[in-house]
Design a protein around this ligand. Structure first.
Ligand SMILES: [Zn+2]
Length: 241
């Protein structure tokens, strides 16, 4: 696609090129869509930072609360938004992903105009690169030890209801001794602690349970893991199942 401008049936974007990108390594294609919040005072301030060579960070798109959309990096290129982290066998997440920043400080819900533009943009990106709903992730999923965006106020269920993300269905709770194995099948990296993975899982699927003190998985957490692992195991396609 052409950077910026009107994208097929997608929303119009302001093309503001960032110098903070490189080529995707080893010819990788994006097969992950990674969502963030900016944690900055305004969308304009975030846009400036994402184009500042001194900051050394970027993303492909930024959506303001009022629905204004910027594009900083061509989708074919590797934007610098993910940092250290992993999902399944994807270690260099920047090479494997397209990154979307949402203007929000993480302390309030994401407004309707912003969500509408996000949904339109996601539909185009996912069709263009054949990205499945199971590979639409939060920054907290790939780096649970250091990130919590897009945070507990992001409406993952809304995305799932329009086919743009996944949401757990009721399932029997697995034994808590299976926590690591199931978390690995879902996609969480082996290098992260149980507590960090549990926090990331709750940010996505049980935000009302975020911040519970003991850090131990409950029956509801185990039921979520066993359902997602059964239906969307991260290495399912490689196993040919
Ligand atoms: Zn982030």
């Amino acid at each position: 696609m052409q950077p910026g401008g009107s994208t097929a049936d997608g929303p119009d974007a302001i093309w503001q090129p960032s110098p903070n990108f490189s080529a995707r390594r080893d010819g990788a294609r994006p097969d992950i869509l990674l969502l963030h919040y900016t944690n900055m005072a305004t969308a304009g301030a975030a846009a400036a930072r994402l184009c500042d060579p001194a900051a050394g960070v970027s993303c492909h798109y930024l959506i303001a609360e009022d629905g204004r959309l910027w594009q900083f990096v061509d989708e074919a290129q590797r934007a610098w938004h993910a940092g250290q982290g992993c999902w399944g066998d994807a270690g260099d997440v920047n090479s494997r992903s397209i990154g979307i920043e949402l203007a929000n400080r993480g302390d309030h819900p994401f407004p309707e105009p912003q969500m509408r533009v996000l949904e339109r943009l996601m539909r185009c990106i996912m069709a263009r690169w054949q990205i499945t709903p199971a590979r639409v992730l939060g920054h907290s999923d790939i780096a649970p030890d250091r990130k919590d965006d897009p945070g507990p106020h992001f409406d993952w269920r809304r995305l799932a209801l329009c086919g743009l993300a996944i949401w757990p269905e009721p399932a029997p709770a697995a034994d808590t001794t299976d926590f690591r194995a199931l978390a690995g099948q879902v996609g969480y990296g082996a290098e992260f602690s149980d507590a960090d993975i549990l926090a990331a899982l709750r940010l996505r699927w049980r935000p009302w349970a975020c911040g519970r003190a003991d850090g131990l998985p409950e029956a509801e957490d185990m039921a979520i893991l066993s359902d997602i692992a059964a239906r969307f195991a991260v290495d399912r396609d490689r196993r040919g199942a």
